[in-house]
Design a protein around this ligand. Sequence first.
Ligand SMILES: [Zn+2]
Length: 262
Amino acid sequence: MTRRTWFQMALAAFLLGALPLAPAQAEDIGRQMEREFGVVSRATDEGLRFNQQLERVSERITTSVGYKLKSATLLGGRSAKNDDMLNAFALPDGRIYVTLGLMRAVQKSDIADSELAFIVGHEMTHVKEKHGKNQQKKGMTAGILGILVGALGGRTAGDLANLAANAYTSHYSRVDEYRADKGALKAMEAAGYDLDGAPAVLQRLKDKYGDSNKTMTGWFGSHPLTTNRIARAREIITDLRTGQPIPDRTESELKREDSQRK
Ligand SMILES: [Zn+2]
């Protein structure tokens, strides 16, 4: 084992120490991601505009449901590879993160704020409903293995930070993800956003990463097939618009749909 590998193992061990989900320890993941990705400042025109947009949308979407996030941070500016990622995640203490790549992607839309509102609403719902509490151990074990494999496979520190964030969020169940999408749409409706922003931004993820989340085992965690998420978002939108009650799905129903594809 080379010295570099030992260093990576030590780093993995450090990250593992940061993984258990107590809010105080969650600080480490947020700080780690900020270091790896950078935080987009307001010093450039784009940085100023994007920070204002994220602030505006977070404020409006959270106020509509009477919830308060601790912070919403735009990650990026440190590496082209990371800035190309379309991603977002939440920590249980109420901090949410959105990547510069995702922020740039939604600018292509006529309803950019609505697309961003879905992302923020989704992450907010994970925090608000305390998702993942029962799945923590399972997700952590998978994540820990991933990090160790990553360390042995000669990943860089940045990759390990990504794996840590991944482990952190992959404990969400399919029901959690379904509820987060639903919570986002309800909050969007309450805030007066165009609900079509939801399928539109999901389509952007699908265009970039395909239907499987294998390429993006990423921070969207165990998110179901994107095609099915889009179809379910459309169902929820129809129910919201027609005032129908929205039937809940169970984990096994969602799993069956994802294995069959809609
Ligand atoms: Zn999610």
